[in-house]
Design a protein around this ligand. Structure first.
Ligand code: HEC
Ligand code: HEC
Ligand code: HEC
Ligand code: HEC
Ligand code: HEC
Length: 461
């Protein structure tokens, strides 16, 4: 993902606006479309079903159907955690988890606590089209306070939608990524406050405090600006529908499906592609054989990892060579070994530690009452040198006497800590075979090699 300059963005939007405004001779009566009732062919029940949108919005459907929004209530780790949480809290957890992971199943009464999700009809699973596209108000900043309209209007970013007999359409700033309101829609679910009041997931807050969250600054970029880039093409199938900006609905992050799921391979490839640009690494070697390693968040508009950072594991692996011999390593974690089982304290690693009320390390949302965060933060200033000083994480190693002539770094990300998985398997809530499906990504953009031919410098630059 490329961080788009606001000037570029401006021209993109301007170009798009000119394009759609002059090209298609939208007559003014299309704009009045909302006034006279348009005949609908999708019933209120049909509107709830993503499959009913597929006929005309094929690509939106396919991208969404392979996304984590569609998988949110099918994820076996989610199901296992919810089940354990309900048991350990004697049901007090209630609808807490499903309010975000299966909001339409909850709001239509198909589930109360998520324990019956496996029998809930497919069209109510996950974060659905209908859920996002009927939001009419955002009444808070966390735990999904989104208010849905019941007028059957599918809200989007276009103020001149072509009439369709399928559904009513209308413009909403919550659905227009060039408006700050759109981030409030995403942010409302992407910040989690636990039942005990601890603000455990803070993607929205981190974004608000970053240079990207300042609506009055040139650096402003909404969630959608980065996560819903798109293409210039029609947004609905049908003769004569205009070419517009179609926004991608895959929204790859770090999680991938752990069981067979539609579009899985494309999704994994998209996650890898995003991750490859996310972190920058620098190796600085001095003549005294002092190695300084610097890591920074290059493209994320919030911390990295963000959100469920207590379940993520990001770390650096270092290898030094003298000729053909590997003479020193640091932070090497084998594929199937939890970070906690290695020399954990010494790892150059980034995630969040959760603690329960007794100050003991805790992994489950309902137990965590406090956390300690060590992540790659987003820039809070547009001044590059301040970013390097304040936002980069630095660790030094003394390699004196090793005769090192080459050093490699690799940065790894595990979306789900194996420790957490093991704990869910041990409590009998998770099928042990799921463990093998947890990937470890290698962030290719952070693969750097220093050789003695580079001299006593930092690479890159
Ligand atoms: C029979 C075809 C058809 C079906 C089925 C259909 N749509 Fe549409 N939809 C359209 C057309 C046509 C447009 C307008 C295209 C344009 O203006 O370029 C549209 C526009 C939209 C917009 C943009 C509104 C705006 O003003 O920005 C959204 C959002 C939308 N549809 C969502 C959905 C969802 C969700 C479903 C399934 C519940 C669905 N549509 C089913 C044909 C359809
Ligand atoms: C109803 C609540 C809700 C809303 C609204 C919502 N999301 Fe999500 N989102 C989720 C949930 C739940 C998941 C996690 C699914 C999982 O990983 O199992 C998720 C996953 C994601 C992921 C992938 C995360 C990962 O780690 O793989 C991205 C990226 C994302 N959302 C971005 C957005 C953006 C951008 C918007 C606004 C356009 C948005 N979300 C709106 C609930 C929501
Ligand atoms: C997580 C929330 C979310 C979900 C789920 C979601 N959308 Fe969207 N969708 C958006 C947002 C936000 C936009 C507006 C982007 C913009 O204009 O800046 C959008 C735009 C659209 C548009 C207008 C054309 C475009 O690309 O901008 C259509 C059509 C659409 N979505 C259809 C769907 C369909 C069909 C589904 C389900 C298969 C779906 N959406 C699921 C958030 C969502
Ligand atoms: C400047 C671009 C940018 C902006 C703005 C931005 N993001 Fe991201 N986001 C990224 C990048 C880059 C990543 C990391 C790549 C990846 O996870 O595939 C990421 C990762 C994520 C993830 C996965 C997080 C993790 O580490 O587990 C979620 C969820 C997410 N973003 C949601 C949001 C939401 C919600 C907003 C708005 C409040 C937002 N993003 C704003 C670029 C951005
Ligand atoms: C306020 C909305 C919200 C609530 C409440 C919520 N989640 Fe999530 N959950 C999310 C979002 C958003 C993501 C994606 C986070 C990211 O990638 O940064 C997510 C991701 C996850 C994931 C996949 C990522 C991971 O942690 O490995 C699991 C599992 C999960 N949630 C379990 C739960 C359980 C269990 C509960 C209830 C105890 C719960 N969630 C409550 C919004 C929510």
């Amino acid at each position: 993902m490329h961080r788009m300059g606001s000037v570029q963005l401006y021209f993109l939007l301007l170009g798009f606006w000119l394009f759609s405004a002059c090209d298609f001779g939208q007559s003014s009566d299309t704009i009045d479309a909302g006034v006279a009732p348009i005949p609908k062919t999708l019933s209120d029940a049909d509107l709830l079903d993503p499959k009913k949108c597929q006929q005309c919005h094929q690509q939106h459907y396919e991208e969404w159907a392979s996304s984590m929004h569609a998988y949110a209530s099918k994820d076996p780790v989610f199901l296992a955690m919810n089940q354990r949480g309900q048991r350990e809290t004697n049901g007090e957890l209630g609808s807490f988890c499903v309010q975000c992971h299966a909001p339409m199943a909850l709001r239509t009464g198909a589930t109360i606590d998520g324990l019956n999700l496996e029998t809930v009809p497919d069209h109510l699973q996950g974060v659905t089209c209908y859920f996002c596209h009927t939001v009419e108000a955002v009444n808070g900043t966390h735990n999904n306070p989104l208010q849905l309209a019941s007028d059957g209007v599918m809200r989007g970013g276009f103020s001149d939608p072509v009439e369709t007999p399928a559904h009513l359409s209308g413009y909403s700033a919550f659905h227009d990524r060039s408006e700050p309101e759109s981030a409030a829609l995403c942010g409302a679910c992407h910040d989690v406050v636990t039942p005990s009041g601890h603000h455990i997931e803070r993607t929205f807050l981190e974004w608000q405090n970053s240079v990207f969250g300042q609506a009055d600054m040139d650096s402003f970029l909404s969630c959608g600006d980065c996560h819903m880039n798109g293409r210039t093409e029609p947004i609905a199938a049908g003769p004569g529908n205009p070419v517009r900006r179609r926004h991608k609905h895959l929204m790859p992050g770090v999680d991938v499906a752990l069981t067979p799921f539609f579009g899985h391979e494309n999704h994994v490839a998209a996650v890898q592609e995003e991750l490859d640009y996310t972190v920058e690494a620098h190796l600085c070697m001095e003549e005294t054989q002092l190695l300084t390693v610097r890591l920074g968040n290059l493209t994320a508009g919030h911390a990295f990892p963000s959100g469920s950072a207590h379940d993520r594991r990001l770390w650096a692996e270092l290898r030094a060579y003298s000729g053909d011999n590997e003479v020193w390593t640091h932070g090497i974690v084998p594929e199937d070994v939890p970070l906690a089982d290695t020399a954990a304290d010494d790892l150059f690693s980034f995630f969040e530690h959760g603690f329960d009320e007794n100050g003991e390390e805790a992994f489950m949302l309902w137990e965590i009452t406090d956390s300690e965060s060590n992540v790659l933060e987003a820039p809070e200033s547009t001044d590059t040198s301040a970013v390097i000083e304040d936002q980069h994480k630095i660790k030094t190693f003394d390699l004196a006497g090793l005769n090192v002539d080459r050093i490699d770094i690799q940065v790894k990300l595990r979306p789900m800590a194996l420790h957490v998985v093991d704990s869910l398997v041990a409590s009998g809530d998770l099928d042990p075979s799921i463990r093998d499906a947890i990937p470890t990504f290698n962030l290719k953009g952070a693969e750097v090699t220093w050789t003695i031919d580079d001299g006593w410098v930092c690479v890159p630059w």
